[in-house]
Design a protein around this ligand. Structure first.
Ligand code: NAD
Ligand code: IPM
Ligand code: MN
Length: 345
């Protein structure tokens, strides 16, 4: 077995709890050397920094990064996230955020009469630019006070994520839908559409369409069987991936990968969900999302068999109500749910 060197940032809240379980599951199927970094909102409160000045350089040599979640009450989100998560995504050119969902046995979708064939959506989120920019600022006073935030879309940035979406769709035999709001946002979004159309010409074998993101949100609930790969800007991809997670059964089962497809730096694997302060410390967070995320990491590292073994173990384990955490209507603990998955391996 190849030995993989993985940096782990458990982070905050349930991020710590579910990452511990993901590590146990991976250890059952692959040879991984874990190096843990305790960068979090707590370390910010202790040291004034989310990560050390050379944090990115410390991470760079690893084969991949497994991250729990960042952000916790007590530290403003824009400080914690722009101090840790977002710099990693950018510095390591993790320009694609892949967020797949599918129905799992025993997980009740709000669209309950749907079957697995009806619902397989993969949100491909632009992860390095767009609405998530630090261009802008505040000016003026009183009634004239205002905040400006410039969305930055580059041809290079849009083209590469759209191309990734088409490649994935071709490989998975799925259609592509591009989500924009070109009716309301008149500079950046028509630009995205134009680049999308240019790239689409290279993939005439892949069915593709352009959708207005608001109507697409409704369609994700009303007719998910008509969708496959959904490619969207940073902000729209963020929103649509929580929605697609909910359609499949909740944030507790939705994995994600921040990918540097050229592999010029490590990719980072973190579930769609956050630190869930409302349930943190109770031992009831669903570990499935982070375990599926770890499986995506193994697949990225070439451990395809181990990844598939984990996915199948999750499907077998969840078929038993005893393995389901409260978000899935069960009463399993985080640890108990992971134990059932390990037993099913
Ligand atoms: P959240 O995803 O943490 O939680 C939303 C809801 O989903 C909560 O009710 C929570 O209990 C539930 N939930 C989420 N994951 C679950 C799981 N595994 N099992 C069971 N229930 C689960 O979103 P939020 O509350 O808006 O954000 C909390 C903090 O996390 C904020 O600081 C936010 O900025 C941060 N955040 C971080 C990441 C990340 O680091 N990847 C992602 C999203 C949010
Ligand atoms: C996610 C999160 C982050 C994002 C936040 C915490 C900055 O919501 O990974 O989905 O919006 O990218
Ligand atoms: Mn999000």
């Amino acid at each position: 077995m190849t030995r993989h060197r993985i940096a782990v940032i458990p982070g905050d809240g349930i991020g710590v709890e579910v990452t511990a379980e993901a590590i146990r599951v991976v250890d059952a199927v692959a040879d991984v050397e874990w190096t843990s970094f305790d960068w979090s909102c707590q370390s910010y409160l202790d040291t004034g920094k989310m990560m050390p000045d050379d944090g990115l350089e410390q991470l760079r040599p690893f084969d991949a990064i497994l991250l729990g979640a960042v952000g916790y009450p007590g530290v403003p989100d824009h400080i914690s996230l722009w101090g840790l998560l977002i710099p990693i995504r950018r510095a390591f050119d993790q320009y694609v955020n892949v967020r797949p969902v599918k129905l799992l046995p025993g997980v009740q979708s709000p669209l309950r009469d749907r079957t697995a064939e009806d619902l397989q959506m993969i949100v491909v989120r632009e992860n390095s630019e767009g609405e998530y920019s630090n261009v802008g600022g505040r000016q003026g006073l009183g009634d004239y006070e205002m905040a400006l935030q410039t969305a930055v879309f580059t041809r290079h940035g849009v083209e590469r994520v759209v191309r990734y979406a088409f490649e994935l769709a071709r490989q998975q035999n799925l259609p592509v839908c591009s989500a924009t709001k070109s009716n309301g946002i008149v500079h950046t979004m028509p630009f995205w559409d134009e680049v999308f159309q240019d790239v689409a010409k290279e993939y005439e074998d892949v069915p593709s369409e352009q959708c207005l993101a608001d109507a697409l949100a409704a369609r994700m609930v009303m007719a998910p069987q008509t969708l496959g790969v959904v490619v969207a800007s940073n902000l729209f991809g963020d929103l649509l991936s929580d929605l697609s997670a909910a359609v499949a059964g909740g944030l507790g089962i939705a994995p994600a990968a921040n990918l540097n497809p050229q592999r010029t730096a490590p990719s980072m694997f973190e579930a769609v969900h956050g630190s869930a302060p409302d349930i943190a410390g109770k031992g009831i967070a669903n570990p499935v999302a982070q375990i599926l995320t770890a499986a995506m990491m193994l697949d990225h590292l070439g451990e395809t068999q181990a990844a598939v073994a984990i996915e199948q173990a999750i499907e077998r384990a969840l078929a038993d109500p005893g393995a389901r955490t409260p978000d899935l209507g069960g009463s399993a603990t985080t640890r108990g749910s992971a134990d059932a998955i390990i037993a099913a391996l």
